[in-house]
Ligand binder design. Structure first.
Ligand code: NAD
Ligand code: UDP
Length: 327
C-alpha cells in the first residue's frame, strides 16, 4: 500500500486531497496546525484505518515513521486576508516549511508535489498566463509575502530536484472553489455568498472590471492527482480558463442566491491582479486533463454547502475589509 503525507490536510484543498487518496486506496497521513484550517474538514476520516492525523507546524522539524512514497505540500494560508493577518507565518511555511518537507522527501526517497499558485504571475502582463511567463510581482507589496514565499518554494523545489535528485512536481493552482472553503476567509466566493446569506450588500472591490477564472474543487483534485503520477518536473497550470469579471460574477451570485441585496463598491486592494486566466494547453497535452464542471453547477453545490452551515458559522463570518489589515 502506497503512503502519502498531505500537509494542510485540515484546509480546503488538503482535505479534498485526503479524501481522494483514501478513495484510491493509499495510506494517508494528514498534517496541519489549524492556523487557517478546521478539524471538521477531516472529522469524517478520523476513524478510517488508512488515515492518520498529525497536528504539527511544518516550519518546525518534521519526523515521520517508516516509509513514504509521496508528499503533497499544501500547508499555507491562501486567502489575501489570511496572509495579510499572518504574513510572517505565510513566508515561513513557504520557505522553512518547504525546506523541511524536501528534507523528508530526500530522506525517504519520496516524490514531492508542491502547491504553487497563479499568484507567482503577480498582476500579469501576459494573458492568458502560460507557464513560461516569469510574472509581475511587487516584492514589497502586501501580497508579496505570499507571492514571494511561493516563488521561493518553486526555486528550492527545483534546487532539490537538480542538486539532490529528489523527484518533484509543481502545480500552479488558479482560483479554486467548493465546499469546505471558510465562510470568513475573505475570498470572493465565500465573501459574496456569506453576504447574500446574511442579507448584506455584496462588496465589489474596485470597479469590478478585474477578472478571475474559477475552477471547481473536483476538477482541481483530478489535475493534481494526474500531475503527481506523471513524469513532468516543471510547473503546470491547473485551473479553469472560463474567465469572468468580478462585477458579472456578483450578478451571477445575486441570481443564484436570490438575494434582494445590491452591490456596493469599495477600494481595490493594492496590487490586486487585474486579469487572470490560465492557459491550460500544457495540462491538456501532458495529463489529458481539462475541467469538466461548469461554473453554474459548481456554484450551486458550493452555495448549498454554505446554506447548510450553522447560524454560529454564519455569524462568525462577519466580512472584514482587505484594507483593515494593511497598516
Ligand atoms: P486553506 O487555508 O483552506 O488550507 C491551508 C491549510 O494549511 C490550513 O488547514 C492551515 O491550517 C494549514 N497550515 C498553514 N500553515 C501551516 C503550518 N505552518 N503547518 C501546518 N499546517 C499549516 O487554503 P487552501 O485554499 O486549501 O490552499 C491550500 C494550498 O493550495 C495552499 O498552499 C495555497 O497556497 C494553494 N493554493 C490554493 C488556491 C485556491 O484557490 N484555493 C489557489 C492557489 C494556490
Ligand atoms: N473581491 C471583491 N469583493 C470581496 C472579495 C474579493 O470584489 O468581497 C475581489 C478581489 O478584489 C479580487 C477578486 O475578487 O479582485 C478575487 O479575490 P480573491 O480574494 O477571491 O482571490 P485572489 O485575489 O487571490 O484571486
Amino acid at each position: 500500500m502506497k503512503k502519502v503525507l498531505i500537509t494542510g490536510a485540515a484546509g480546503f484543498l488538503g482535505s479534498h486531497l485526503c479524501d481522494r487518496f483514501i478513495k484510491e486506496g493509499y495510506k494517508v497521513i494528514g498534517m496541519d496546525n489549524f492556523i487557517t484550517g478546521d478539524s471538521k474538514n477531516v472529522k469524517h476520516l478520523m476513524n478510517h484505518s488508512n488515515f492518520e492525523f498529525i497536528e504539527h507546524d511544518v516550519t518546525n522539524f518534521i519526523s515521520i515513521d517508516g516509509e513514504l512514497d509521496y508528499i503533497l505540500h499544501f500547508a499555507s494560508p491562501a486567502s489575501p486576508i489570511d496572509y495579510l493577518k499572518i504574513p510572517i507565518q505565510t513566508l515561513k511555511v513557504g520557505s522553512l516549511g518547504t525546506h523541511n518537507l524536501l528534507g523528508v522527501a530526500k530522506e525517504k526517497n519520496a516524490r514531492m508535489l508542491i502547491a504553487s499558485t497563479s499568484e507567482i504571475y503577480g498582476d500579469p502582463l501576459v494573458h492568458p498566463q502560460t507557464e513560461d511567463y516569469y510574472g509581475n510581482v511587487n516584492t514589497i507589496g502586501p501580497r508579496g509575502v505570499y507571492d514571494e514565499a511561493k516563488r521561493f518554494q518553486e526555486s528550492i523545489t527545483m534546487a532539490y530536484h537538480r542538486f539532490h535528485g529528489v523527484e518533484t512536481r509543481i502545480v500552479r493552482i488558479f482560483n479554486t472553489y467548493g465546499p469546505r472553503m471558510r465562510l470568513n476567509d475573505g475570498r470572493v466566493i465565500p465573501a459574496f455568498m456569506g453576504q447574500a446569506l446574511r442579507g448584506e450588500d455584496l462588496t465589489i472591490f474596485g470597479d469590478g472590471s478585474q477578472t478571475r477564472s474559477f475552477c471547481y474543487i473536483d476538477d482541481q483534485v483530478e489535475g493534481i492527482y494526474r500531475l503527481l503520477l506523471s513524469d513532468y518536473v516543471y510547473p503546470v497550470n491547473i485551473g479553469n480558463p472560463h474567465e469572468i469579471s468580478i462585477s458579472d460574477f456578483a450578478e451571477e451570485i445575486i441570481k443564484l442566491t436570490n438575494t434582494t441585496q445590491k452591490v456596493i463598491y469599495k477600494d481595490l486592494p493594492v496590487n490586486d491582479p487585474m486579469q487572470r486566466q490560465p492557459d491550460i494547453s500544457l495540462a491538456r497535452k501532458l495529463l489529458g486533463w481539462e475541467p469538466k464542471v461548469q461554473r453554474e453547477e459548481g456554484m450551486k453545490i458550493t452555495f448549498e454547502y454554505f446554506k447548510n452551515l450553522t447560524k454560529e458559522d454564519l455569524h462568525k463570518s462577519e466580512h472584514k475589509d482587505f484594507t483593515d489589515y494593511i497598516k
